[in-house]
Design a protein around this ligand. Structure first.
Ligand SMILES: Nc1nc2c(ncn2[C@@H]2O[C@H](COP(=O)(O)OP(=O)(O)O)[C@@H](O)[C@H]2O)c(=O)[nH]1
Ligand SMILES: [Mg+2]
Length: 389
């Protein structure tokens, strides 16, 4: 196993292909493989490219891959088609089109089609994205057909969602699944060589004026002709911009500059997919972000709820903080995260009063300083204190 991991991380294409098959087939060694890979992931820019069939997603992904390679970066591509339940024909088409990348070790391509439940496909997509990330790919592009809830789920595996629309859809834009519209970080109007691109643009603009996003990001609308790679560099730049912004500002919600505020409620669950069956499907909330935090061995899904968020936490490994919590206490509220105006002062006061701090203030992945306070000191709930910025 350690050899295999080294080969994967070292960019060995055959080791990577074998690992992808192992994960896709949920072979017995898949779980331990993912466990070993998780700490190496977290560097790739993971973007979902979604939209209706025939919009030009594959063509765009192909052009993006070329643009990425021209910049000397590497890319993994996952073509996920939940609609090809029977024929798998669309996927085959993608394979053929992308064949000329095959001699390039800097491009890795996998197609996935539905085998069982949609949750299973989303899980497999997430796991393969983690693999490609851990294998050192600079970008992971996930192509999915965007027509229903399954696809929203798959798209939400990605940190960035690019929604591809085409002219002639003007009237349909309103009708497009609201869920998909809402998760779009970047709008692409492909086939801009066809008449009607301006009209779709206006429709999207009109929708965007209906509200502002809590993170302040104004989704750009970019016209492309993917077959000629026109506008594709702008799409890649927008992806980079959004990735950089997310990286710099993990805390996306504007908050009062003084006083305390709830940042999130951490809920430990056995399966994020299963929990989203409630929060998304039944309740109608929308995941804003999903990621895996390798050093904490946890999958995270964020559900915005006004300013604060509900943070679903699924262990990557039973031998982890959340894994152990589940074993001991079962599913439920794991912690409350509170933003404080002055973390250093709060820590000083708490220490002086004899409160049990679980760590010295440290800096998290998003650059924020935080400390955990033991439930014994807080009235029974694990409390995370985060320095408000
Ligand atoms: N005219 C025109 N055709 C395009 C453009 N992009 C893709 N196509 C064509 O549209 C068809 C569907 O493209 P494809 O990438 O397979 O769409 P997907 O189903 O969204 O992956 C193919 O015949 C492409 O050559 C474009 O910008 N302009
Ligand atoms: Mg396609």
């Amino acid at each position: 196993m350690p050899d295999w991991i080294d080969h994967i991380a070292g960019g060995d294409v055959r080791a990577l292909a074998r690992a992808a098959t192992t994960i896709e087939n949920q072979a017995p060694e898949a779980a331990s493989l993912l466990r070993e890979l998780a700490p190496r992931a977290g560097h790739a820019i993971v973007a979902g490219i979604t939209g209706p069939p025939g919009a030009g997603k594959s063509t765009l992904v192909d052009a993006l891959a070329r643009a990425i390679r021209r910049r000397g970066k590497t890319v993994g591509i996952l073509a996920v088609d939940p609609t090809s339940r029977v024929s798998g024909g669309a996927i085959l088409g993608d394979r053929i089109r992308m064949q000329d990348h095959h001699s390039d070790p800097g491009v890795f391509i996998r197609s996935l089609a539905t085998r069982g439940a949609s949750g299973g496909l989303a899980r497999a997509t997430a796991d393969l994205a983690l693999l490609l990330d851990a294998a050192g790919k600079d970008y992971v592009l996930i192509e999915t057909v965007g027509v229903g809830q399954d696809e929203v789920e798959i798209a939400s595996v990605a940190a960035i969602t690019v929604l591809v629309l085409v002219p002639g859809m003007g009237d349909d834009v309103q009708a497009i699944k609201a869920g998909i519209m809402e998760i779009a970080d970047i709008f692409v109007i492909n086939k801009a060589d066809h008449p009607g691109a301006d009209r779709v643009e206006h429709e999207i603009q009109a929708l965007l004026t209906l509200g502002t996003r809590p993170d302040g990001w104004a989704p750009p609308i970019i016209k492309t002709v993917a077959t000629e790679a026109a506008g594709v560099d702008r799409v890649l730049e927008a992806v980079d911009d959004y990735a950089a912004r997310r990286h710099n500002a993990k805390s996306q919600v504007p908050r009062p500059k003084s006083g305390f505020s709830i940042d999130h409620l951490g809920v430990a669950v056995k399966s994020i997919e299963a929990a989203l069956g409630f929060y998304e499907d039944q309740l109608g909330m929308q995941v804003s972000m999903r990621e895996t935090v390798p050093h904490e061995k946890v999958h995270v899904a964020m559900l915005p709820a006004g300013g604060p968020r509900i943070e679903l936490l699924e262990p990557v490994d039973p031998d982890s903080v959340i894994g152990r919590f589940l074993a001991k206490r079962g599913e439920g509220l794991h912690h409350v995260a509170l933003r404080v105006p002055d973390l250093a002062a709060a820590v000083e006061r708490l220490r002086a009063a004899g409160a049990r701090l679980l760590n010295d203030p440290q800096t998290g992945a998003g650059g924020h300083r935080y400390v955990f306070v033991h439930p014994a000191s807080t009235g029974g709930v694990l409390l995370e204190l985060i320095q408000d910025q």
